[in-house]
Design a protein around this ligand. Structure first.
Ligand SMILES: [Zn+2]
Length: 41
């Protein structure tokens, strides 16, 4: 299996969006809706 330097976004848990406290959802700014973040080492 190939292993990329990508991990599940800890902010949105890989959903690509975050649940707002007031209701609704918003595209995760951390991963831009991808649900993944690159690990820049
Ligand atoms: Zn995210």
């Amino acid at each position: 299996m190939k292993r990329k330097e990508q991990t599940v976004c800890p902010y949105c848990a890989g959903n690509g969006y975050v649940q707002l406290l007031l209701g609704g959802s918003e595209t995760c700014y951390c991963c831009a809706g991808k649900g993944e973040t690159k690990n820049n080492e």
